[in-house]
Design a protein around this ligand. Structure first.
Ligand SMILES: Nc1ncnc2c1ncn2[C@@H]1O[C@H](COP(=O)(O)OP(=O)(O)OP(=O)(O)O)[C@@H](O)[C@H]1O
Ligand SMILES: [Mg+2]
Length: 256
């Protein structure tokens, strides 16, 4: 293949990788359940009320990697793999590292001083590589779910404030965020301003798609900063960015 052909081939539409994080109960799992033919690798309970196809509850990183391997090797017609949630996967990764070093806390692993967090990163890469293999060879999109936490953010102007970020150690969080095509912060439209909440009605659920002072987020699709927390909204912008193979119906292209 010539060099220019390689460039053209590189622009082809590929299944997307999204990280969706947000507060408890905001609707992360429901969002993922409405994606294109999803299958859930669940590391925590809580899918009982959601209509979806969950694999048996994963209790270790081996269970998670085995699930990825099964989706890679076995016959199925799922188009999206959902990992619900990364918070619990992280605990499992820490357990593995602690067991390897015979310590109780990750802070003490690999000689201490928090080196265990760096030591854990190749395990995260192995997990992400497995998901990439599902994308490349099975055409599956990926949705990773995580809870949210407030983290200290140091601005270039040397002031600091809190902002929401995935509830993961900062090294793992940075790795997963870099890997993902999109990072969405799922929240309520008026959560930050209780004075504006006048009724008992549940505020609208939204996803913030671009980085702001209150949260981390990103997208590569030219999305507005805030969208309804709905799969169709995400899918719409994927179709806009890649109109050639357009098919917006649920169950056709795995969103990418
Ligand atoms: N867009 C929505 N509009 C109204 N209700 C919703 C919406 N999305 C989810 N819900 C409801 O909110 C509840 C929590 O949803 P869901 O389990 O998807 O949230 P979650 O963020 O995954 O929660 P958890 O943090 O506990 O895993 C469910 O009862 C669900 O039916
Ligand atoms: Mg959930």
């Amino acid at each position: 293949m010539g060099l220019l052909e390689t460039i053209r081939a590189g622009r082809k539409r590929r299944p997307r990788r999204a990280l969706v994080y947000g507060v408890q109960g905001v609707g992360k799992s429901s969002f993922a359940a409405s994606s294109a033919r999803p299958v859930f690798i669940q590391t925590e309970d809580g899918l009982d009320t959601i209509a979806c196809d969950p694999l048996p509850l994963a209790k270790s990183t081996k269970d998670v990697l085995d699930a990825i391997a099964a989706l890679y090797g076995e016959e199925h017609d799922y188009r999206t793999v959902v990992v619900d949630t990364l918070d619990w996967l992280e605990r499992m990764i820490w357990d593995d590292v602690c067991a390897e070093f015979g310590v109780k806390y990750l802070e003490k692993a690999d000689g201490g001083y928090g080196k265990g967090y760096t030591y854990a990163l190749p395990r995260w890469r192995m997990f992400l590589d497995g998901l990439d293999a599902l994308r490349e060879h099975r055409g599956m999109a990926v949705i990773l779910l995580a809870h949210a936490r407030a983290e200290k953010f140091q601005t270039p102007e040397n002031t600091a404030h809190d902002r929401f970020a995935p509830r993961l150690h900062k090294l793992a969080s940075a790795l997963v965020q870099e890997w993902a095509d999109e990072v969405f912060f799922a929240t309520y439209s008026s959560i930050s301003d209780p004075a504006r909440v006048k009724t008992d009605a549940v505020p609208e659920r939204v996803m913030r798609t671009s980085e702001g002072p209150t949260h981390v987020a990103k997208n590569r699709l030219g999305m507005p900063a805030e969208l309804p927390l709905e799969w169709a909204a995400y899918d719409y912008y994927v179709q806009q960015a890649y109109p050639a193979t357009s098919s917006s119906s649920k169950g056709a292209e795995p969103n990418g």
